[in-house]
Design a protein around this ligand. Structure first.
Ligand SMILES: [Zn+2]
Length: 286
C-alpha cells in the first residue's frame, strides 16, 4: 500500500502539470470515497484552481485557490488507503484511463485528474485553512524534514512501551511510514520489531534514524515499491521492490548473508519480517 515514497512520487508527477489548471467539473462514480457529502465536495472544488501539490505523511495535499472568497485557500487531502492512486489523463491520451475511477476532476481546456482505487479504502477531504492546520498538527513529524533529528526520535521513543514496529506505523508518532518501510528500516538498524520503543538504546535510535532516512530516500529515487496496485502518476510501476531486504521475504536467506533466514511474525494484525540473527529479540521478551 502507498507509503511516503509512493505518495511523494505521485506528488512529483502531478505538481508541474497541474499548477494553474482549473477544475471545470467533478464527477464522483464512488461517493463512498469522500468524507463529505458529494454536493458539498463538488461545490468547494468545482471552479477552483490548482496552486500546487504537496504531501503530508502518506497523504497528497492539493492546494487550491477557491471560488469562495471567504476562505480562498483550500486543501484537498487524499489518503491513498490500500490501493489508491492519482493519474493525469491528457485529452490526446488514447487509453481509457484507470479501471476503477473513484473521483474524476475534469480540467479546463482538456484532460482530467482521476483518483482511482481498486479496494476503496482511500479517502478524499476538502479542508479550509484552519481545519487543515488542525489535521496536519495531529500527525507526527515528517521523517525527511530537517526538524526530525536523531535526538527528536530518541525523545519520542523514550515515552512509549509500544513495540517499535507498531510505534513506527502510528502516524501520530511519525508521518508516512507504513509496514514495508518500517520493517526495512528495522532490518537496516538491526532492531527486533517487537522491541519496546523505550528500550531502544541511544546508539540504536541513531541507527534507526539513519536507516529510515536512507531507505525512504532510496525508495523515492526508485519511484516507490510496486507489489500490486501502486503506480506512479504516469501509470508506471516503482522499482524499489527489488531492493527490499526482508519485507515479503519469509523463508529466504538474510540479505546480509549472516546465515539466518528471514522470518515472519504477526502482531497487532500485521506481518513483521526480520532476520532473527541480525535482529535478536530483546532478552526479556523471550
Ligand atoms: Zn541476518
Amino acid at each position: 500500500m502507498p507509503e511516503l515514497p509512493e505518495a511523494e512520487t505521485i506528488r512529483r508527477g502531478l505538481a508541474a502539470p497541474l499548477r494553474g489548471r482549473v477544475v471545470r467539473r467533478v464527477r464522483i462514480p464512488r461517493p463512498d470515497l469522500l468524507t463529505q457529502e458529494s454536493d458539498r465536495f463538488t461545490s468547494l472544488v468545482e471552479g477552483a484552481r490548482f496552486l500546487d501539490v504537496g504531501r503530508r505523511g502518506k497523504n497528497l495535499v492539493f492546494e487550491l485557490a477557491a471560488v469562495d472568497e471567504n476562505d480562498p485557500h483550500l486543501r484537498m487531502v487524499v489518503n491513498l488507503g490500500m490501493s489508491g492512486g492519482m493519474t493525469l489523463l491528457r485529452a490526446d491520451d488514447d487509453s481509457t484511463g484507470p479501471s476503477h475511477p473513484g473521483v474524476v476532476f475534469d480540467l479546463d481546456g482538456e484532460g482530467a485528474l482521476i483518483y482511482h482505487d481498486v479496494r476503496r479504502f482511500g479517502r478524499l477531504t476538502v479542508f479550509g485553512s484552519r481545519a487543515f492546520s488542525n489535521w496536519s498538527q495531529a500527525l507526527g513529524p515528517e521523517p525527511l524534514d530537517s526538524s526530525f533529528t536523531p535526538s527528536s526520535l530518541a525523545d519520542g521513543l523514550s515515552g512509549s512501551r509500544s513495540p517499535i514496529r507498531s510505534w513506527l506505523l502510528d502516524q501520530k508518532r511519525i508521518a508516512g511510514v507504513g509496514n514495508i518501510y518500517a520493517n526495512e528500516a528495522l532490518f537496516g538498524a538491526r532492531i527486533h520489531p517487537r522491541t519496546p520503543a523505550n528500550r531502544i538504546s541511544a546508539d540504536d535510535s541513531r541507527g534507526l534514524h539513519h536507516a529510515l532516512q536512507r531507505i525512504l530516500r532510496d525508495a523515492i529515487r526508485a519511484r516507490g515499491t510496486t507489489l500490486q496496485d501502486y503506480r506512479t502518476a504516469l501509470g508506471t510501476p516503482g522499482s524499489y521492490a527489488s531492493d527490499l531486504r526482508v519485507y515479503g521475504r519469509e523463508g529466504r536467506p538474510c540479505a546480509r548473508r549472516c546465515g539466518g533466514t528471514v522470518e515472519r511474525l504477526v502482531f497487532s494484525n500485521r506481518s513483521s519480517f526480520f532476520c532473527p540473527r541480525c535482529q535478536p529479540e530483546p532478552s526479556s521478551l523471550n
